[in-house]
Design a protein around this ligand. Structure first.
Ligand code: HEM
Length: 172
């Protein structure tokens, strides 16, 4: 259709020499663009979609379970491993936030750790990511509110896996 239109336009404008060439070129360009547009929309299998899906397919959600701090440590996203973070004594699978928490990411220091104190204080200071159990009792009301907001954010964005345990001694 578009190519025929281009020819028709060419016939009509032949008499006006210089402009005939320009009009024909524009009409032909339009035809090529229209063809490309229909080709892409009718054959989506070869375009962008293929690149987007494999990322989602590769991701296998983690099984829900509780973690001690030590058990949480390996889930730091290194070597393609899943990523977990504890917020307010709840552990989340944050693997889909790899850009934030994965190796080299801006918040990698929170990966496999209890991120509560750092998030509550909006701090990336190492001393706010502790190796020992943190009861968080000394947080100010402001920091508690901030932590609650982070908790809500994690609840909506990531899968909850279980509790952060102080120790496993009682269970075993
Ligand atoms: C100059 C300072 C900072 C800037 C400009 C900044 C900026 C940002 C931006 C633009 C995002 C993406 C937000 C979104 O996708 O909804 C983000 C995410 C985040 N920020 Fe910051 N940030 C800063 C400091 C901090 C600090 C000090 C912390 C403390 C822990 C922090 C923790 C986070 C976390 C945990 C996320 C990821 C949330 C998620 O998993 O979706 N940020 N930040």
């Amino acid at each position: 259709m578009t190519l025929e239109t281009a020819e028709a336009v060419e016939d009509l404008t032949m008499s006006t020499d210089g402009t005939a060439y320009i009009v024909t070129t524009i009409a032909l360009l339009g035809g090529v663009l229209a063809f490309y547009y229909f080709y892409i929309y009718n054959n989506p299998d070869e375009s962008e979609e293929e690149e987007q899906e494999p990322e989602e397919e590769k991701y296998t959600p983690m099984e829900p379970r509780d973690f001690t701090l030590d058990e949480l440590r390996p889930y730091d996203g290194t070597e393609g491993k899943p990523l977990c973070i504890a917020v307010n004594h709840i552990v989340y699978d944050v693997t889909k936030g790899r850009n934030f928490y994965g190796p080299g990411g801006p918040y990698a220091m929170l990966a496999g750790r209890d991120g509560s104190r750092a998030l509550a204080k909006m701090s990336l200071d190492k001393s706010d990511v502790r190796d020992e159990w943190d009861d968080l009792n000394d947080l100010t009301p402001f920091q508690r509110d901030s932590l609650s907001e982070w908790e809500m954010k994690f609840q909506t964005r990531y899968a909850e896996l279980g509790k952060l345990l102080k120790t496993r001694e009682k269970e075993e």
